[in-house]
Ligand binder design. Sequence first.
Ligand code: PMP
Length: 275
Amino acid sequence: MNQIQAVYNGKFDFLDKIKISPLSRAYTFSDSVYEVIPFYNLKIIAFDKHILRLKNSCKALSIAINIDATSEEIMHLIKQCDFKDGYVYYQASRGVDDIRSHIYKESISTETFGYIVEHAFKPKSLKVMFCEDLRWQRCDIKSTSLLGNVMSMNFASEKGCDEVIMHKNDLITEGGASNIFFINNDCVYTPSLSHNILPGITRELLITKIKESGIRVEEGQYTIDDLINAKSIWLTSSTKGLAQVSEILDYKTNLEMDNMLFKKCEEIFKNNFFI
Ligand code: PMP
């Protein structure tokens, strides 16, 4: 296997050469934020939007970041790699403590880490299950504190599912690592942005492009019943792209996999992201 290229605190090295302190607050508190920046045919998808979201996540947690240096590191990882399709995972943590303490010292230096992964963007239909949204109340921050997602997705995986659809008090929030769209009555619906969901970049780009093509898109609050009554459902993310849902475990097997409006949205997605 080829060695994986990485960067730690601005220094490039192979992933397995990087040593990180166990007192990194990323390790002790998940006091860190991250981005996943996809590239296809060596073209970075929505680079500026990913960089802006990383900046916003850092700002929300008062983590200082040199965003120009970060941008250069990400681009360098992509420029020097020997494959065409993949993504860069990039994380900024508050830094390394002298001694573990909830209250951090103002003098602590931000710790950054990134690595590059080869990834084939192949559309795949997904079997999903509903689960209660167990997460904290600031899911709009792209924090590495993802235990609610990890617990739910692994529970679903044990049941033979690929993803989860989370709900809070009957209202649909998002997937474990994706945003949700569905179709009913010739309209595309997706939960509106709030503190309970991540402002997905694939979500944002897709909404814009679908609207531009004249298709109605509504953002609002939707229930489990709305999904049970949907004709077509799909999930979006930087690594999954647009992934159609084929089944909701114990709830729904009659999804229209050839739904015309879905096919149009899928076409719009392919034409805009994979060129
Ligand atoms: N929600 C969650 C919880 C996610 O982890 C992701 C993937 N990072 C998304 C939504 C989709 O976001 P994006 O389209 O920016 O990858």
